[in-house]
Design a protein around this ligand. Structure first.
Ligand SMILES: Nc1ncnc2c1ncn2[C@@H]1O[C@H](COP(=O)(O)OP(=O)(O)O)[C@@H](O)[C@H]1O
Ligand SMILES: [Mg+2]
Length: 273
């Protein structure tokens, strides 16, 4: 029986599974955006954080590791197809200069389903880190596979995450789903940088009153339970949904994630591979 931290087999394995990036990639901070399940706004939060970083003058990037549900290119209105060069694969740039890599940029037909088994999905997502020539990036945001299953676990172990942001809907914050994601991060010793409650409330455009569509918010209680300092709430906002649908997310107005993003600046830069 082992009892010392140094002799923990799981920990040794976790360290050894970390993958190196391409020699021409120099990524200072890698932040994973995680959710307990799909459809809660993980891609939206990934996009908004990257846009905040870019607006502040940093070079930001999005690695879309949600292989079976890639929605980043659509939100940014990216439809061009990437072709590998003899040197490797370069990301696409959005209108404001954010570098993006997503499976939808490689598929001939965006609506083709990805009918792949887990290992192929994970190796594709991992290759977006190892084989893509990202260049100099200050902040890389990773749209992680949803849930706490095998694919998410492999991504947690393969990428050198500076930390993660957990996105949840108000209903999930009542249930156990978000606690599972939080416990997974704790077990894997990955810092939780913040908790985002999406679709938190609806603000009436006439009277300005906030309506908690899904009942009372539980985000502060959960943040306290898990000692998470940064919490953010994003309202249910039809302008956001339209911006995503029309590929115009870079035009969004809102400072809900500004404080959370500012807290990332204190994170140490990664050491080169
Ligand atoms: N706060 C919000 N207000 C309005 N629509 C939203 C909001 N958050 C997400 N949506 C919409 O809900 C859908 C799912 O969001 P998405 O970020 O793609 O979820 P996930 O990546 O978790 O599956 C998208 O069509 C998005 O535009
Ligand atoms: Mg998504």
């Amino acid at each position: 029986m082992t009892n010392g931290k140094d002799s923990c087999a799981g920990q040794t394995q976790q360290t050894s599974m970390l993958k190196n990036s391409h020699p021409l990639s120099h990524v200072k901070k890698v932040i994973g955006v995680v959710s307990g399940k799909g459809g809660v706004g993980k891609s939206l939060v990934t996009s908004l954080l990257a846009i905040h970083a870019q607006r502040k003058g940093f070079h930001s990037a999005i690695l879309d590791a949600d292989i079976t549900g890639p929605s980043i290119p659509k939100a940014f209105g990216l439809h061009e197809k990437l072709k590998p060069t003899p040197f490797g694969l370069y990301p696409v740039k959005t209108k404001t200069g954010i570098s993006v890599m997503s499976l939808n940029l490689l598929l001939t037909n965006e609506t083709d389903p990805v009918i792949w088994r887990g290992p192929v999905i994970t190796s594709t997502a991992t290759q977006f880190w190892t084989d893509v020539i990202w260049g100099d990036v200050d902040y890389m945001f990773v749209d992680m596979p949803p849930g706490t299953g095998d694919i998410a676990l492999t991504m947690f172990q393969s990428l050198p995450l500076s930390g993660i942001v957990i996105v949840a809907s108000p209903q999930e914050l009542v249930g156990m789903i978000v606690e599972k994601a939080l416990n997974m991060a704790t077990i894997m010793e990955i810092p939780v940088l913040g908790l985002v409650e999406n679709m938190s409330y609806f603000q009436c455009s006439d009277c300005g009153k906030r309506i908690n569509v899904f009942g009372k918010s539980h985000i502060d209680a959960i943040a306290e339970k898990f000692s998470i300092k940064n919490v953010a709430k994003i309202p249910l906002d039809s302008a956001l949904a339209t911006a995503c649908d029309e590929g115009m997310i870079e035009l969004f107005n809102g400072d809900w994630l500004q404080k959370l993003f500012n807290s990332f600046e204190a994170l140490p830069d990664r050491e080169e591979d």
